[in-house]
Design a protein around this ligand. Structure first.
Ligand code: 5AD
Ligand code: SF4
Length: 464
């Protein structure tokens, strides 16, 4: 008998991609998507471990499903993704209603495990080996990159696709749990990536976003040749139908001149560079084990601006890292002021088990100070984002129309013309009114009003 499933996803784009791929795999295995977790026979939480807050929210959501099996005794509750790898058996102890715990390196096994549970096999745990206990060689077989074949009819948005080009991370920044939960860095064969993007483009995909924890560190060796990200971008360039290639997330140390030249020279490589700085203080960067100082980051920014003048650069910052003084924080503010990022994501430090920072340093910046620094940095960044967007007023931009805007989704307009949202090649969000049929197309829009995070405009096609 067919069973229904619902996947609830939090966290980064890697998780969003894992959920999309898993959704397709489950449909292929004969399961049907359900409208809500309540109605579903199988509820899967695809989880994030980067900060404690994300984990607590999942434990609360699991708590709300405590009695779900009274109404549906066949219901299967699963925790997958980073928290599954990190907390393992602890999840069964904290939430005994959970039937299934599967790490990000074991997702390929999920259809099989679901069948086992449905056949009465009892609760099931499948996670990769413990990275802090094993050698890299023995870990590789245990963290299996999840790259099932994409099926066009199961894709949610035909015109855009995320494509994994790397999994895992070997950087071990002192605050970060990712190397432990997503395992060793593995670059996917270039030929497999090109093949996947070709298939996606054949099925109508205009924009591919290449994903990796340190995507610009992509390196695949085959036949005595090494393919770097710049080479991969050049290999994707001739793919017919494909119009844009984005890539996230970059590490400052791998921002080579070769890559910047590729972004400058290739028509399809988007001049949008997300390169997290994390801090503007050398002392903090050192304790974070980021492998660069503020001067090196600034030097990289100069190279970006020289080689790709119109590039949109974005960043991540952590405030309240152990030992961060007011002076350290001032240096971060100074960097944000100078760098003129298009936008920055700002996070309050959250100690993560197993990481060096949690082992070595006290979480000694009080919550109120973290909050104040977060708000202050955000205010500085928002002013810059707004000024930056103002430079686009009355100009025309090309956008890929993604779908109805949040406002339009809330209304149930039956009309053909609705509020739509799209993105520029630099990842700027643009909202405008237009017919639904523009969804999935690249159109030209004139910008008439701007906010810090959104541009508002109207389509030239309709007005002229
Ligand atoms: N606490 C707070 N923020 C973190 N990040 C990663 N680990 C932590 C942590 N322990 C942030 C970094 C990273 C982004 C994805 O999340 O800024 O770039
Ligand atoms: Fe985490 Fe650093 Fe790897 Fe990014 S580069 S995933 S911050 S360890």
């Amino acid at each position: 008998m067919l069973r229904s499933f619902f996947i609830q996803t939090v966290g980064c784009q890697m998780n969003a991609l894992d959920s999309e791929l898993l959704d397709a795999e489950l449909r292929r295995a004969g399961y049907q998507p359900a409208e809500s977790p309540r109605r579903a026979d199988i509820v899967l939480f695809n989880t994030c471990s980067v900060r404690a807050h994300a984990e607590e929210k999942i434990y609360s959501a699991l708590g709300r499903l405590k009695n779900a099996k009274q109404f549906n005794p066949r219901k299967i509750i699963g925790v997958i993704g980073c928290m599954a790898q990190k907390d393992r058996q602890l999840i069964f102890r904290r939430a005994p209603q959970v039937d299934l715990v599967v790490g990000p390196g074991r997702l390929h096994r999920l259809p099989l495990l679901l069948r086992r549970i449905a056949d009465g096999g009892g609760p099931c745990l499948d996670v990769s080996a413990d990275r802090s206990a094993e050698k890299t060689e023995s870990l590789l077989g245990s963290f299996v990159p999840f790259t099932p074949l994409r099926v066009a009819e199961h894709r949610p948005v035909p015109h855009q696709a995320m494509v994994r080009i790397m999994s895992g991370c070997d950087k071990f920044c002192s605050y970060c749990v990712v190397p432990f939960v997503r395992g060793p860095e593995q670059s996917r064969p270039a030929a497999a990536i090109v093949d996947e993007v070709k298939r996606l483009a054949d099925a109508g995909c205009l924009e591919a976003t290449l994903l990796g924890q340190t995507v610009n560190g992509y390196k695949y060796r085959a036949g005595g040749r090494t393919v770097a990200l710049a080479d991969l971008l050049a290999m994707l360039e001739p793919i017919e139908g494909l119009r844009r290639v984005k890539f996230v997330t970059n590490h400052p140390r791998h921002m080579t001149d070769g890559l910047l030249q590729a972004v400058r020279d290739l028509k399809k490589a988007s001049p949008y560079l997300h390169v997290p700085a994390q801090s503007g203080s050398d002392a903090v960067l050192k304790r974070m084990k980021r492998g660069y100082d503020a001067a090196a980051y600034r030097e990289m920014l100069v190279r970006i601006r020289e080689t790709v003048p119109g590039a949109a650069v974005t960043s991540d910052f952590i405030v309240g890292f152990p030992g961060e003084t007011e002076e350290d924080f001032r240096r971060t503010v100074e960097l944000v002021r100078q760098a003129r990022f298009k936008n920055s994501y700002i996070f309050k430090y959250s100690p993560r088990p197993k990481t060096k920072a949690a082992e070595l340093f006290d979480d000694d910046v009080p919550e109120a100070v973290k909050r104040r620094r977060n708000n202050e940095l955000l205010a500085v960044q928002n002013t810059i984002s707004l000024e930056d967007n103002r430079s686009l007023l009355h100009r025309t931009v090309e956008i890929l129309v993604e779908g109805p805007s949040k406002v339009a989704l809330k209304r149930t307009d039956a009309g053909e013309s609705i509020q739509l949202v799209g993105r520029t090649v630099c990842d700027r969000i643009v909202v405008f009114d237009g017919p639904r049929k523009l969804i999935g197309q690249i159109v030209t829009v004139r910008i008439e009003r701007v906010e810090a995070f959104t541009l508002f405009g109207s389509t030239l096609e309709l007005t002229e």
